[in-house]
Design a binder for this molecule. Structure first.
Ligand SMILES: Nc1nc2c(ncn2[C@@H]2O[C@H](COP(=O)(O)OP(=O)(O)OP(=O)(O)O)[C@@H](O)[C@H]2O)c(=O)[nH]1
Length: 187
């Protein structure tokens, strides 16, 4: 039995990063526990999904926006930054350019997102050990430089996917526990 939960629907978690780093796959892995293998279908504009997860015995509803990494959709995604409570910024450990572009993404985030937005850096595709070109230490160093939490993930194997979303849910959802024991969480 889980306590009653009230959830606000505005705001949420936004996935950002270069095209092809695995934002959609990460979300599908988290939402459905499956990997989208096969041909790569680029996100057009923005897409969103909800997922209810248990955080410290309280149900929290996360609204997750999957943005298009392609440059031509940038103006669409800019409009959503304002309402995001948290951002998962991804690069692909097999693609050096996607890592080098993190700096540019951070500039964009600084320009469009709320000042108190929660940010986490994720190095995705770590299952591709043969093709890895970005070392774990490089990701750690960059994250440390900007003072953001960092994890390496794999949408393919599922490594750290639940952990990353749960960590973001914990940070962003202030949980109030009134004397009655009824819990309300706001995301
Ligand atoms: N090996 C491996 N491949 C992955 C992983 N995540 C995604 N991919 C592959 O990378 C490609 C791009 O994945 P998407 O999730 O569509 O990338 P995206 O970041 O959403 O791309 P845009 O929608 O264009 O911004 C697909 O061919 C996926 O199968 C992963 O963790 N490991």
């Amino acid at each position: 039995f889980l306590p009653l939960v009230k959830v606000r629907h505005q705001g949420g978690v936004m996935l950002v990063g270069d095209s092809g780093v695995g934002k959609t796959c990460l979300l599908v892995r988290f939402k459905d526990g499956a990997f989208l293998a096969g041909s790569f279908i680029s996100t057009v504009g923005i897409d969103f999904r909800n997922k209810v997860l248990n955080v410290d015995a309280v149900k929290v509803k996360l609204q997750i926006w999957d943005t298009a990494g392609q440059e031509r959709f940038r103006s669409v995604t800019h409009a959503y930054y304002r309402d995001a409570h948290a951002l998962l910024l991804l690069y692909d450990v097999t693609n050096r350019a996607s890592f080098d572009n993190i700096q540019a993404w951070l500039t964009e985030i600084h320009e469009y997102a709320q000042q108190d937005v929660v940010l986490m850096l994720l190095g995705n595709k770590v299952d591709s050990t043969q093709d890895r070109v970005v070392k774990r230490e490089d990701g750690e160093k960059l994250a440390k430089e900007y003072g953001v939490p960092f994890m390496e993930t794999s949408a393919k194997s599922g490594l750290n996917v639940d952990l990353a979303f749960t960590a973001i849910a914990k940070i962003t959802a202030p949980i109030f526990k009134p004397a009655s024991g009824v819990c309300f969480s706001f995301v």
